[in-house]
Design a protein around this ligand. Structure first.
Ligand code: UDP
Length: 445
């Protein structure tokens, strides 16, 4: 356990069961453990991490009383139930460890979706920090929605969707989080996710140079330290954080492909599509004639077990050129020399993983921060193209990224960003310094 000047620090990390949140939490935990801190991961029983992958951590399951179908009741009811049900168990656990271990100071680091942990920490008089796994841009973009609503500017008229939001330049109204949802649901969601008590600090899985102006704006508003520690997956070798088993045959298949020839397709761990969207995706992929790896999570196409709705002849033809898998080792795939493009929903982890490997992207965002991330990729960093989900459009976009000169230019820009990422995580780089500052901050609390 870290003992700086006689003070011991015991960190209780309250993790969310969502893959895109669990991964950065375990990566942060691995880093902090390497600095000598004792780590406890408090997690829901639903989608629990595998303790065998992290023998140095204590894992404490919080009974969550959730139905086994978990998220199918809807995202916000699921989140509310998760937070309400885990709360008494976290209180009980913290009281117990504080009684048993009087030598240590307990501190909480909680995932931003496990918001109950902030109020628990406050009730017990403990310092707490919040780990955020979305782009920093999501924060001001979400927080401005109630103001826009009050001023009659949200929901947004169709004629304004392409316009830039003056307060959020370069983001457009159509990039705002929750833009496709009913306004009442959006406002309810925002009330739920807005921090009631500001944490002692934010830890953000982003990179200072990528989002500097937004981070400055958040620092000015919140007046608490913000540690931009991303991309966490590049900081320290971390044992598997995957909640599902990845199909590793992808890597030996990639070894046999030409350099930069393969398109990797994944819409993340949560997004569901319908038969029409997936069928257009399949035809676009097939007609592009490029080798591919396509992740289709079982059950992710509404109403179907896997991809049995696709015509058999199409699937047979596609399989001559590519792989359709249930879950892939994404980080290894993106780091492979055969991969030339990533067709993604632009979740923040996927975005950071692609940016870190210099892979240009095809952007098919749906909600939350994905729309903002897609805007960064296509308009600000110029390393992605926005996709319209229609077979000919898709075919054209794949060829733009993988075959045309435009793709080469995007790749050159992506490689420059990759070099900057390497600089950020190396000795003296912005992420490296932020991590050192974070350790000092924890010791000063
Ligand atoms: N992922 C993976 N294998 C897959 C699909 C996704 O390992 O087949 C991982 C991916 O590397 C990323 C995470 O799942 O770390 C998805 O997070 P992201 O923020 O991109 O999207 P979300 O799932 O939260 O929508």
């Amino acid at each position: 356990m870290a003992d700086h000047g006689g003070k011991l620090r015991r960190l209780v990390l309250v993790a969310s069961p969502l893959q895109g949140h669990m991964t950065p939490m375990l990566q942060l935990a691995t880093y902090l453990h390497s600095k000598g801190f004792s780590i406890t991961i408090a997690h829901s029983q639903f989608r629990r991490p595998d303790p065998n992958n992290h023998p140095d951590f204590i894992f404490h399951p919080l009974p969550d009383n959730l139905p086994s179908n978990g998220l199918s009741a809807g995202f916000m009811p699921f989140m509310q139930a998760l937070n309400d049900n885990c709360k008494p168990h976290l209180i009980e656990y913290l009281i117990k460890i504080m009684k048993e271990d009087k030598e240590s100071t307990v501190m909480i680091i909680h995932d931003n979706l496990m918001f109950f942990a902030g109020s628990v920490a406050k009730e017990l008089g403990l310092s707490f920090m919040m780990l955020r796994s979305s782009s920093a841009a999501f924060f001001p973009a979400a927080m401005i929605i109630p103001k826009l609503h009050q001023e009659g500017r949200f929901p947004v008229e169709d004629s304004l969707l392409q316009e830039i939001v003056p307060e959020l330049d370069p983001f457009r109204f159509k990039d705002l989080p929750f833009i496709k949802r009913p306004i009442e649901q959006t406002l309810e969601t925002l009330i739920l996710i807005t921090p009631k008590t500001p944490p002692s600090a934010f830890i953000w899985n982003t990179i200072e140079f990528l989002e500097q102006s937004v981070l400055t704006q958040i620092r000015d508003n919140y007046k608490v330290p913000i540690f931009a520690v991303g991309p966490l997956h590049k900081i320290i070798p971390t044992p598997s954080t995957s909640l599902l088993e990845a199909d590793t045959s992808c890597i030996s298949w990639l070894d046999k492909q030409e350099p930069k020839s393969v398109i990797y397709v994944s819409l993340g761990s949560l997004l569901n599509t319908d038969e029409k969207v997936s069928t257009e995706m399949a035809w676009g992929l097939a007609n592009s004639n490029q080798p591919f790896i396509w992740v289709i999570r079982p059950g992710s196409v509404n109403g179907f077990k896997w991809f049995e709705f696709l015509p058999e002849s199409l699937v047979t033809d596609m399989k001559k050129r590519g792989l359709i898998v249930k879950w892939a080792p994404q980080k290894e795939i993106l780091a492979h020399n055969s991969v030339g493009g990533f067709w993604s929903h632009c979740g923040w982890n996927s975005t950071l993983e692609s940016v870190s490997e210099g892979v240009p992207m095809l952007c098919q965002p749906w909600d939350v921060d994905q729309l903002l991330n897609a805007r960064y990729l296509s308009y600000v960093w110029k390393i992605g193209v926005e996709i319209v989900v229609e077979r000919r459009e898709i075919e054209g976009a794949i060829r733009r990224v993988l075959v045309d000169n435009e793709g080469d230019e995007m790749r050159q820009r992506a490689i420059k960003i990759q070099e900057k990422v390497k600089g950020a995580i190396s000795n003296g780089g912005c992420t490296h310094s932020s991590l050192n500052d974070l350790v000092d901050f924890i010791m000063s609390c």
